[in-house]
Design a protein around this ligand. Sequence first.
Ligand code: HSE
Length: 322
Amino acid sequence: MSLSQVVRVKVPASTANLGPGFDTLGMALPLYSWLELRPSDRTVFHLHGDQMEGLPQDKSNLIYKVSQMVFQEAGVSVPDLEISMYSDIPLTRGLGSSASAIVGALAAANALIGSPLPDAKLFHMATALEKHPDNVGASLFGGIVAAAWDGTHADYVRIAPPAHLETLVVIPDFQLSTTKAREALPAQVKLEDAVYNISRSSLLTAALSAGRLDLLREAMKDRIHQPYRAPLVPGMSKILEEAQKQGALGVALSGAGPTMIAFVDNRDARIEQLRVYLVETMEAEGITVSCLQLSPVAEGVQVLGDKSDRTFMEMIRGEITA
Ligand code: HSE
């Protein structure tokens, strides 16, 4: 095993479900978290920025624990680490912040010990930790990922983002935990709703593969999670119903919410009109939001080849948006 002195990784955020593809479809988005790992004689943390506030700075930290899982899987001992982290991905908003932390730790720890574990192994480990493959698949592989997980094994296919696909992401200023958003779901769904979702999710996957943006209007519809989650996100039902009339190709709750994501064609002159509509609709419910225009990113987690003497924060300064 060759142990590196330092490894830095950059991990994209992700949106999950894309409407009907509950726990199945994910797409990488250009908001990032950065992580640096160094072998050390004691475990220390340098957590930068607001997103890191309150995170544990001892061996109960997720990054530390996930790194140790990689070392254990590879049969290597690296008991102490110097861990630096910064993230632009808002926490608990449905943009895959926890998935990005898991993927970053897996990729960085693996690179630190000479990359003995293949990507498929990292994907299994990430899915086992996150319990569903949609966010982790997108953060790991980039683009759009269709994945299935049976509790021990995950299969996936990555699809390159279609040309002209762009998104407007409306991020409310309140947090909604995935646990709470999953508790809102029924234990059983009707067969006709299952069929409704299977057909839309299949159509959506095929449409994204074929670049058929014209099909997203129908293909992004969902009946098995969004209707039950709508009461948790003021303005959501209205946006699901009306956004297409304002220029959206399709619209969905991003992951478990509360962020909403509208898919748009970047050649459509109505993007600004749609942005105003989305923001005003949520603000009319008394919610403060920020709205970002984000293009899907083709690249997943990157191990950065930074050999310079720049510090961790010097490296990412200039790239960060917050
Ligand atoms: N597919 C998951 C959900 C994503 O909708 O609950 C949560 O990150």
